[in-house]
Design a protein around this ligand. Structure first.
Ligand SMILES: [Zn+2]
Length: 375
């Protein structure tokens, strides 16, 4: 006897849509998936979509909290209400000793299963493309400091963003990849010729493609052209329609395809909250009409949630439901090495689901087979 049977909806599986389809859950995992009616259903999906819980590999906070502040659980909960059932905690650039302390604190949450890992966005970034990172703390990726950060995190650091033009970037990339850490290229002013050695050394992700990097030029493709065109690289897109025009999203997603496209939030504390003044790694950020900016006007992360990114991707950028599922769940789960646990509606995986209505708004969120309280 299953703990939970959801039926009567459009279930998006890796093999296609089951309409109507059903999912059966025992002990927090999916034990069967099928097509047709289930008279014994415990939950009627009422024609809604059932998609896998979202996996966000780049998120700084939400619900009024950064992951570095007190009570990071509020940030996790804010995004969970919007369908994110697996999240990375991203840290902005800080001096090495402060980052090491933040990493040690967050490592507890990784070991407890509340977050899937830590992403260090810096401090090895280009001052010319620093965005909302404090330029005073940026530095080249010397191996000593890289080792200090790795030691602070044990195996909880899953991704580090590096500008490949900085001195030592290739050696640092090799060290990190050898330690099982994903190296992402971002906040960079590199020319294409400076990007390729880092990819050859194992860098495999583009941190928010287009944003915080030298733009594409037809005579100097720079990081955008190099990363988007390289089959070894998965590209993050901030699909809030503020950071990227829908045409830029569509161009990138079509070129990279479902096997290389990831939607991220890059959300800061204000995600899931109202407008106001917030702190981002020591910098004051003003949120107006949902858009966070620094005093100079530079964008400072987003207030995006994964359900909104999903909706924008389908409704405003013209991608399919299957492509949206791949970009919000399947591909990020694979990238994190979690594809046998999360990222799809498939037998054996954890019962992490989002129920979306016809307008792709969240109706319900299930994590480990438990319905989240979204009130
Ligand atoms: Zn960034």
């Amino acid at each position: 006897m299953a703990d939970l049977v959801l039926a009567g909806g459009r279930v998006l599986t890796p093999d296609g849509v089951l309409d109507p389809g059903w999912v059966s859950v025992t002990g927090g995992r999916i034990d069967a998936v099928g097509a047709g009616p289930r008279p014994d259903a415990l939950v009627d999906l009422a024609g809604n979509w059932l998609v896998p819980g979202f996996v966000d590999v780049h998120c700084h906070g939400g619900g009024g909290r950064a992951f570095t502040g007190h009570d990071p659980a509020l940030a996790i909960a804010a995004h969970r209400r919007h369908g994110t059932t697996t999240t990375m905690a991203s840290l902005v650039s800080r001096p090495i000793p402060e980052l090491a302390r933040q990493i040690r604190e967050l490592s507890e949450l990784v070991r407890g299963g509340d977050i899937a890992g830590i992403h260090l966005e810096g401090p090895y970034l280009s001052a010319a493309r620093c965005g909302a990172h404090d330029p005073r703390v940026l530095r080249p990726p010397d191996l000593d400091s890289v080792r200090t950060l790795l030691a602070a995190g044990g195996d909880t650091i899953k991704m580090i963003t590096i500008a490949p033009e900085l001195e030592g970037a290739v050696a640092a990339t090799k060290l990190l990849v050898d330690n099982g850490v994903l190296v992402a290229i971002g906040h960079t002013d590199a020319a294409e010729a400076q990007v390729l050695p880092a990819v050859d050394a194992g860098a495999s992700v583009a941190t928010h493609l287009f944003n915080g990097m030298r733009p594409l030029h037809h005579r100097e493709p720079g990081p955008v052209g190099a990363l988007l065109d390289d089959e070894r690289v998965s590209v993050e897109l901030i699909c809030d329609l503020v950071h990227l025009h829908p045409t830029a999203v569509r161009l990138a997603a079509h070129h990279a395809g479902p096997s290389r496209t990831l939607l991220i939030t890059d959300a800061m504390a204000a995600a899931g909250m109202g407008d106001g003044v917030y702190d981002l790694g020591g910098l004051e950020v003003t949120v107006q009409d949902g858009v966070p900016t620094l005093a100079g006007g530079s964008l400072a992360g987003s207030t995006l949630t994964m359900d909104q990114a999903f909706r924008n991707f389908v409704q405003q950028c013209g991608l399919s439901m299957a492509e949206a599922v791949a970009a919000t769940a399947g591909r990020p789960a694979q990238l994190l090495g979690l594809a046998d646990e999360v990222g799809a509606v498939a037998v054996g995986l954890l019962a992490d689901f989002v129920v979306l209505n016809q307008d792709l708004r969240v109706v319900d969120v299930y994590r480990r087979g438990h319905r989240e309280d979204r009130s």
